[in-house]
Structures are given as C-alpha cells and as structure tokens.
Design a binder for this molecule. Structure first.
Ligand code: LMR
Length: 326
C-alpha cells in the first residue's frame, strides 16, 4: 500500500513506505509471534501507512545463528531474540536472565526489565550498532525429555538442547546432562532423530513446535526464565524522521503491554494443548524434589559471577528483596 503525502496545494504525492523487516524464530501463535503482529498493526496505523512492517516468523527469513548479523548489516531492521542469545554479540551480561531461579516472580522480572538494569543492558548494545526498544515476556521454562525428570539424577547423561548461553551450558552440566547448543528451528528434528534427548522452554514454544510429538515427558520445573529484547538496527532507527520514530516508540510501548499481558495465558494454553494431545506425561515436582533441583542449580549463580558480574547479579537480587523475597 503506498502512503500518500499531502502537498501544500492539496495534491497527494505517492511515497514509498519505510519498510521494517521484523524477523523472528517462533510461531505466530506464541507470545512473541502475537506481539510482533500487534506491533505491525499499531505501527502501520500510527504512521498512516508511511511505515510497512513485514513479519517473518518461524525462522523463515533468518535462523538463530544468522539473525543478529543480519540486523547489524541492516539486512533486517528488527528482531526480538531471546535474552539468552546476546553473548555471541559480546554482551555476556544478558545471561543474568538465564540464571536458575534468579526471578522468584514475574513482578521481579518487570522491575529489572522496566528499570535501570534493563536500561543499562540496552546501553551495552549501542556500540554493536543495535538499539534496544523493549523487553517482551514469555515465561518460566519447563524441562522435557523422553524419560521422567523428577530428580537431578534423572538428567545424568542426557543430551539437552540449550540456547547459546554459557549459563544454560553450566545449568545442564550441574544437572549431570550434556548441553548442546542448537538453533530453535533445528530442535524438533534433533529430538526426533535422537541427536538430543531433551530441552527446555516455556510451554507455548513446546506446544507450537509440536515437541509433544517427540517428548514423552515434561516436568513443570519453572527453573528459569525466558524473555526477549526487541532490538533494531541503530543506523536505521536514528535515521528515521523524528515523527515516525516517535509514532513507532508509542506503538512499541502498546505492543509491549500487550505482549506481557498475553504471555501467561499463551503458556497456559500451550500446556493445556499439550495435555490434550495425550502424547506427553506432565509432571509437577514435589516440594522435596524442587528443593533438590534448587540445591543442584543455585551454585550456578556464584560460578557465573566472573562472567556476568557480581554487581549485576546483586542488583537483580536487590530487586527481589525490594518485593520482600529472600
Ligand atoms: C529458543 O531458542 O528456545 C527460544 O529462544 C525461542 C524463542 O525465541 O522463544
């Protein structure tokens, strides 16, 4: 659709729209997928068609490995990668979000992402040619495999797929498993062929990628958090007309509120969908089992201080304490 710019004498002059290619790796009917579509709707409406957002879901344009480089090259203008995928950019601090049990609730997540810590992390992207616009929620992760995962000992020897994060690598080793970094688009086939035995994700991702077809067991561990940073190519963003940038900022704010509003319900629906297939046994840990998981995983936090920064970890813990969590 061509945007029309009204000239002084009232004649309309057709203007080619500014194109935002928004690439991501999940299905449309996920928290991130739906939020991206909502941003498209809001952005095109707010700019009266002067901006056109092209959404490329499910790794159809770029896969995990390629997308950040494509953004830096300007081949794509917007991404929303998992916060576990920023270390390859040289910003290891984002892996604070991957620490097991670092967030006792979503309220603490929002204090971090919507406060000074979130801003400070975004400032580290600027030197990489990237501007951070927002943080979108997905939710707490569950573990899946083809054997029951009740106690840490059940992970022994399992090849567990992880995102490209050293914290997640150590997390799986702390459970006695062998971590394997794979792009999200490769996970289903790797599980199907046995190249890996299990994985972790919020239920919405497991469901929409049909992983219940290749995973007999899910444990509702909620052992870690998965969220996103919505990021743009800095040169593109700074080069926009100020009124367009302002309209897109407002559209992103509304899309972020929407993303965080629907995330939990999308994950609840994903879990219900998995249950309905009858293909996967869903196990809820007992308090005793949760205590054993925490005992095995909490040391990851201190072991990662050198990589992430003790100050940053302490700052996140202070946000928990501010809400009364020990
Ligand atoms: C994963 O790779 O497991 C997730 O980051 C996919 C996503 O973007 O939710």
């Amino acid at each position: 659709m061509l945007a029309l710019t009204m000239l002084p004498e009232g004649n309309a002059m057709a203007q080619t729209p500014i194109i935002i290619k928004f690439s991501h790796v999940v299905a449309n009917d996920t928290p991130k997928g739906k939020a991206a579509l909502r941003f498209k709707e809001l952005a095109e409406k707010a700019t009266k068609g002067r901006v056109k957002v092209e959404i490329y879901p499910n790794s159809t344009l770029y896969k995990d490995k390629e997308e950040l480089e494509a953004l830096q090259l300007g081949a794509v203008q917007m991404l929303a990668p998992s916060l576990a995928k920023f270390a390859p950019l040289g910003v290891k601090e984002f892996e604070v979000f991957d620490l097991p049990y670092i967030f006792p609730s979503l309220a603490v997540v929002y204090r971090v992402t919507q406060g000074q810590i979130g801003k400070n992390l975004f400032s580290k992207l600027e030197s990489k040619g990237i501007t951070g616009l927002a943080y979108w929620d997905n939710g707490f992760k569950v573990m899946s495999a083809n054997r029951p995962l009740h106690m840490p000992a059940d992970f022994k020897g399992l090849k567990m797929r992880i995102q490209s994060s050293k914290v997640l690598d150590l997390q799986m080793r702390a459970l006695g498993a062998n971590p394997q970094v794979l792009g999200f688009s490769e996970v289903y086939q790797a599980l199907q062929t046995g190249a890996v035995d299990g994985t972790e994700n919020p239920p919405s991702n497991l469901y929409t990628q049909k992983m219940y077809e290749v995973q007999k067991d899910i444990t509702l561990s909620n052992h870690g958090y998965l969220g996103y940073a919505v990021i743009v190519n800095k040169k593109f963003w700074d080069g926009l007309p100020w009124d367009i940038r302002s309209a897109l900022t407002q559209a992103m704010e509304e899309a972020t509120q929407y993303a965080n509003k629907i995330a939990q319900q999308e994950n609840d629906a994903g879990l219900a969908g998995i249950k309905k297939t009858g293909k996967t046994t869903i196990y809820r840990l007992t308090d005793k089992e949760t205590a054993a998981w925490r005992a095995a995983l909490l040391p990851v936090r201190t072991q990662m201080e050198g990589r992430i920064g003790k100050d940053l970890i302490d700052a996140v813990n202070r946000e928990s304490a501010a809400l009364g969590y020990k």
